[in-house]
Design a protein around this ligand. Structure first.
Ligand SMILES: Cc1ncc(COP(=O)(O)O)c(C=O)c1O
Length: 386
C-alpha cells in the first residue's frame, strides 16, 4: 500500500504508553483515580469548577441536555453544519433539533438567525465551535438571556481554544469536549462536560454511571460497607482509567500541540494567499483559530472542482476530506422534518476541503501538500510561494 500523508494523526509518545501500562498493572481499569486526575486537569485548564469525563462527546452532550431538563416536546437550536452527533444528541434526549444556518466566513452558527427560529417550545441553544474556531458566544448568550434559554456548547473540536481571550469551557451552563483521535488531544474515544453549576455536575456524575448515587471507586475506598442506590435512570457512559491515564499525558502536551497546529495553519494560509479561487480560514476579532482541521473553500472560479482536487491529491498520496457535513441533508433528518433550506450551510458543505494537519507534521510533509495542491489546482505551472 502506498504511503499517504494522512489528514490527522494523534500525537503519542512513550509517556502515553507508560501511563496506560501503569493503569493496566494497577488492576483498576474502570473510571477511577486517573479519570479524576484527568478531570481536574481539564477543569483547571479551562477555568471551570467541574469536569466530568464521559465515554465520548456525543454521550457528554446527551447527559448535558438531560441534566438541563431538556426532553420530549422541547426544541434545541443547533447548526446543521456539524458532525451529525450534535443533532443526534438532541434526538437521544427526546427533543427536536431545529437547524440554524451559519455565517459564511466563520462556518459557525449565525446568531442573527436565531430569533426567527424560536418558538414557545424552544428551550436551548447548542452552538458548535466548528473545527477549532469559537462561535460568537456573546451574541448567542444575548439571545439566550432575552428568551430564557440555556446554552450547551458543543466544544468537541476546541479544547484549548478561546473566546475573547478566555478559554472555552466556562462560558455556558455546560460545555462538551471530544477526545476522539481527530481532535487536538485524544484518549482513543473520550469526552468531558465542564460546568460551574454543582447541580448539573452532580446529575451528570450519576447519569453517566447507571444513575448510582455512589461511584465504584468511592465504594472501593470506603472504610465501611457502602450499598449504592439507583434513584434515577442512568447510562454507562464512563471513561476507563486506561483512557484517563492517557488523557493526563495528553493534557501535558496540549499547549505544545496547539502551538504546532497554529504554526502549520499559518503556513498554509501564507502558501495559498495568492490564489483567488481558494479561500483560507477566516479569523474573527473575538477568537483565535486552533485548526482542529485546516479547511479551505474552493470557489466557483477554481480551475478544478473540489471532487477533482480530492481525487488527484489522493492519487499523489495525500489524504483530504470534504469539509463539514450538513446533518439536515441526511435521510434521518429529511425523513423527520422534510427539506429545510439552509443556503449558507449547503454552499459550505459542497465547497470546503480539509487538508492534512497534525502536530508532528514535518516541514517536508507540509511542503509536499502545498506543492501538490498548487500543482493540482493550477494546470499551468505556478511559483510555489513558500
Ligand atoms: C462538532 C462535533 N460534535 C460532536 C462530535 C462527537 O464527538 P465524539 O466522537 O467524541 O462522540 C464530533 C466528533 O467528531 C464533532 O466534530
Amino acid at each position: 500500500m502506498k504511503t499517504m500523508i494522512p489528514v490527522a494523526k494523534p500525537y503519542f509518545t512513550e509517556e502515553e504508553e507508560r501511563a496506560a501500562a501503569l493503569a493496566i498493572r494497577s488492576g483498576w481499569v474502570v473510571q477511577g483515580p486517573r479519570v479524576l486526575e484527568f478531570e481536574k486537569m481539564v477543569a483547571d485548564y479551562v477555568g471551570a469548577r467541574y469536569a466530568l469525563a464521559t465515554s465520548n462527546c456525543t454521550t457528554a452532550l446527551h447527559l448535558a441536555l438531560l441534566a438541563l431538563g431538556i426532553g420530549a416536546g422541547d426544541e434545541v437550536l443547533v447548526p446543521s453544519y456539524s458532525f451529525i452527533a450534535s443533532a443526534n444528541s438532541i434526538l437521544h434526549a427526546g427533543a427536536t433539533p431545529v437547524f440554524v444556518d451559519i455565517d459564511a466566513r466563520t462556518y459557525n452558527m449565525d446568531a442573527d438567525l436565531l430569533e426567527e427560529k424560536i418558538t414557545p417550545r424552544t428551550r436551548a441553544i447548542m452552538p458548535v465551535h466548528q473545527i477549532g474556531l469559537a462561535a460568537d458566544l456573546d451574541a448567542i448568550h444575548a439571545v439566550a438571556r432575552k428568551h430564557n434559554l440555556v446554552v450547551i456548547e458543543d466544544a468537541a473540536t476546541i479544547i484549548g481554544g478561546d473566546y475573547k481571550g478566555k478559554k472555552i469551557g466556562a462560558h455556558s451552563e455546560a460545555v462538551c469536549f471530544s477526545f476522539h483521535p481527530r481532535k487536538a488531544i485524544t484518549t482513543g474515544e473520550g469526552g468531558m462536560v465542564t460546568t460551574n453549576n454543582p447541580e448539573i455536575a452532580q446529575k451528570i456524575e450519576m447519569t453517566r454511571s447507571h444513575g448510582a448515587n455512589v461511584s465504584d471507586f468511592a465504594r472501593h475506598g470506603a472504610d465501611k460497607v457502602v450499598i449504592e442506590e439507583y434513584p434515577v435512570l442512568g447510562y454507562n457512559y464512563r471513561l476507563t482509567d486506561i483512557q484517563g491515564a492517557v488523557g493526563v499525558e495528553q493534557m501535558k502536551k496540549l499547549d505544545w500541540i496547539l502551538a504546532r497546529r497554529i504554526e502549520i495553519g499559518t503556513r498554509y494560509n501564507q502558501a495559498f494567499a495568492d490564489l483567488d479561487f481558494i479561500e483560507t480560514p477566516y479569523e474573527p476579532p473575538y477568537a483565535k483559530h486552533t485548526y482542529q482541521s485546516y479547511c479551505l473553500r474552493i470557489a466557483h472560479n477554481s480551475p478544478k472542482t473540489r471532487g477533482e482536487i480530492m481525487a488527484e491529491m489522493q492519487a499523489e498520496g495525500i489524504a483530504t476530506r470534504r469539509g463539514v457535513m450538513a446533518a439536515h441533508l441526511e435521510a434521518l433528518y429529511v425523513n423527520r422534518m422534510g427539506r429545510v433550506a439552509l443556503p449558507v450551510t449547503e454552499e459550505a458543505t459542497q465547497s470546503t476541503l480539509l487538508l492534512p494537519i497534525y502536530a508532528q507534521m514535518t516541514e517536508q510533509e507540509q511542503t509536499t501538500v502545498i506543492e501538490t495542491l498548487r500543482r493540482v489546482v493550477t494546470p499551468t505551472k505556478q511559483p510555489v510561494g513558500v
